[in-house]
Ligand binder design. Structure first.
Ligand SMILES: [Zn+2]
Ligand SMILES: [Zn+2]
Length: 239
């Protein structure tokens, strides 16, 4: 029994690692086309970001692999594959619930990570990206990666979700993780600076977190930042 669990953990680590390389590599290419020279002279930092991110892939991959094994072999989790097991309107709702729960967890653990002790131990790694690049998406110390790695594996035991909806959640997670660190805004002005942008987080919001540190802690939504008075608005891209 131990071998299949280990293999599942290894497979998931590979999937997370390759997913990271493809997503960050793709947006790195987009950056080179859209903003030539933006990452000029940042080779050393990028190599460090890739190193920490690949280590994080293992931290994310192991719990996910164990839970995936239990889902397939022991009937663990509330992940379902029959699309009619719940009403169809529940599909988008479940995606929203996962994103809201992940966002809430991230906001509060991220604030904790900015307390001096935790910052020194773990979060300084993520902020060593100055400014971040598309490769910084998973550039976390393993202690911090651990706090992120347990969210989705825990949620699948608590909130039912269709396997495809879970795929949507993971895609949003991957794309936003990369684009928020890319150093330029990929989303249209009408969205970022319009009514929806008052509640959604894109690169313009997270860039300011990397510039000023003690503000804009959220992941997907500005709800917690606005409620707790830590929202410092949208930043610019100085380079
Ligand atoms: Zn960041
Ligand atoms: Zn931070």
């Amino acid at each position: 029994m131990t071998i299949p669990i280990l293999l599942s953990a290894l497979a998931m680590t590979l999937i997370v690692g390759v997913r990271y390389l493809i997503a960050s590599g793709g947006f790195d290419l987009a950056t080179r086309l859209r903003c030539p020279g933006l990452y000029h002279g940042m080779g050393r930092q990028i190599r460090m970001e890739i190193g920490w991110s690949l280590a994080s892939a293992a931290v994310y991959g192991v719990p996910a692999g164990i839970v995936a094994w239990g889902w397939q072999n022991r009937g663990w989790t509330l992940i379902y594959t029959d699309v009619h097991a719940y009403p169809l309107w529940y599909l988008p709702l479940s995606v929203l619930l996962y994103l809201l729960a992940h966002d809430t967890w991230f906001y509060w653990t991220h604030r904790l990570m900015h307390r001096p002790r935790w910052f020194r131990i773990a979060h300084a790694v993520h902020h060593a990206s100055r400014p971040p690049t598309a490769w910084a998406a998973m550039s976390f110390h393993w202690v911090e990666a651990l706090t992120g790695a347990i969210v989705i594996p825990a949620l699948v035991f608590a909130v039912p979700i269709h396997a495809a909806a879970l795929g949507v959640v993971l895609t949003v997670m991957t794309v936003m993780g990369v684009t928020n660190h890319m150093g330029w805004e990929i989303f249209p002005r009408w969205l970022v600076h319009g009514p929806a942008g008052r509640w959604l987080i894109t690169a313009s919001h997270h860039q300011r977190h990397h510039d000023r540190y003690r503000c804009n802690y959220g992941l997907y939504f500005r709800f917690w930042d606005r409620l707790c008075g830590t929202d410092a608005g949208l930043g610019g891209f100085a380079r």
